[in-house]
Design a protein around this ligand. Structure first.
Ligand SMILES: [Zn+2]
Length: 409
């Protein structure tokens, strides 16, 4: 899913504290990658996520919520737990984050701000969905919530079709884009000579035949688009009585991707009405997919296949790069420890059992796990649906059977 992200960045300049230019970005894979790779070289990184519902008070709400999130960072910046350089960097972060929230416009969804002023880093990313407000001060950017949003967004093709026209719309990361007409050539010359002198019945039959040809061509074009991996999911809209005829033309592979149908008048359909109709279908489809993934994995676990269920087994599996697929309950977070040298992590332990070095504490070890799995080429699914995973927080499909978990030290 990361590979074919095309959302573009729309840079705006804003001054904030000392240091670099801030770019405001729509969530995309390159942005995510750049942020994930950042290291503060010993300086703290402040990661802030603030959700806003939109409307006239959006900016004020953003400022108020950010201000209250920053309380904990202010006490850290004024306290004695960190060295001087780190405290100076944090003060810079506070003023830059305040500056960013003052200059945001058209706020809706979540504004994610990553700042490490002492290392000249400031990134602002807009996420299409509202997620829980949170702030984190850590050695690395806290990207887990951002991954969760990106991961959960299927690329959906919503096609609006009738007997003589078809238009595709792309829904992705909360945006809708007109992807153009999908019409076949069959109906381009509707008034050719052959029609003159035909009986009414024959004209109607001829029209039906052309309509069928059109629908067949639209289905073929769609199949081509899905084969080229442009989309994950299909939604089909049109006059309710005309939809079954079109669905009959969908090849089996496409029917498997069909998330649902919606009733809409193709002549008056707009981006807004298509979006309003297709989004709930996509939402239901994604939740259903998540339930299926959890059920299948827990079924495998019950029959003794290579799986890890629960946080501690998954952390160990992640530390030895055994995870092929990781399921994470959305919003789950847990404090823990990390060994930078050997990539070991756990919920507790002063020293690493693999190399004996001192561990670093992290406020969210699941974030570390997610990053490690991505680094090792595994896939991540964040689960928003209400399933058994709520109890376990994480569960994984493994590439190989795990060695025994080392004793905590
Ligand atoms: Zn170690």
């Amino acid at each position: 899913m990361f590979a074919h992200t095309t959302a573009t960045s729309a840079p705006t300049t804003a001054s904030g504290g000392r240091g670099s230019v801030t770019g405001d970005h729509v969530l995309s894979a390159p942005t995510l990658d750049r942020i994930a790779r950042f290291r503060g070289g010993g300086l703290p990184v402040v990661s802030t996520y603030v959700g806003v519902e939109g409307g006239p008070d959006a900016r004020r709400a953003l400022q108020t919520k950010t201000d209250s999130l920053l309380h904990s960072v202010r006490s850290l910046a004024d306290g004695r737990t960190l060295d001087h350089e780190a405290r100076v960097s944090l003060r810079g972060d506070i003023s830059r984050i305040e500056e960013v929230t003052r200059t945001q416009t058209n706020v809706r969804g979540t504004v994610a701000i990553f700042s490490c002023s002492g290392a000249q880093m400031l990134e602002v990313v807009r996420l299409p969905r509202t997620i829980r407000d949170r702030i984190m001060v850590d050695a690395t950017p806290w990207i887990h919530p951002m991954l969760a949003v990106l991961d959960q967004c299927s690329r959906c093709c919503a096609v609006v079709v009738d007997r003589e026209s078809a238009r595709a719309w792309e829904l992705y990361l909360g945006e809708i884009r007109d992807a153009g007409r999908l019409d076949g050539a069959a109906l381009r010359n509707r008034t050719y000579a052959g029609w003159h002198g035909l009986s009414e019945v024959r004209v109607r039959n001829r029209a039906d035949e052309l309509a069928r040809r059109h629908l067949r061509e639209v289905a073929a074009t769609l199949e081509h688009l899905f084969r080229a991996d442009r989309y994950d999911v299909l939604a089909v809209g049109g006059h309710a009585h005309e939809l079954p005829a079109f669905l009959d033309f969908l090849p089996r592979g496409l029917r498997d991707r069909l998330a649902g149908t919606f009733s809409i008048d193709p002549h008056t359909a707009t981006a807004a009405t298509v979006r309003a109709a297709a989004e709930p279908i996509l939402e239901q489809y994604e939740l259903e997919e998540q339930r299926r993934l959890v059920a299948e994995l827990l079924q495998s676990a019950a029959t003794g296949d290579r799986t890890a269920v629960g946080l501690e087994p998954c952390l160990w599996a992640g530390a030895v790069a055994a995870i092929g697929t990781l399921l994470v309950q959305e919003g789950a977070g847990a404090p823990g420890v990390v060994c930078e040298a050997s990539g070991w992590f756990s919920t507790s332990g002063e020293t690493c059992p693999l190399c004996g070095r001192a561990t670093r504490r992290t406020p969210d070890v699941i974030n570390e796990l997610v990053e490690a799995v991505i680094d090792e080429g595994g896939s991540i699914h964040h689960v928003r649906a209400d399933t058994e995973l709520r109890r376990h927080l994480t569960a994984a499909r493994l590439r190989f059977a795990l060695p025994p978990i080392p004793e905590p030290t």
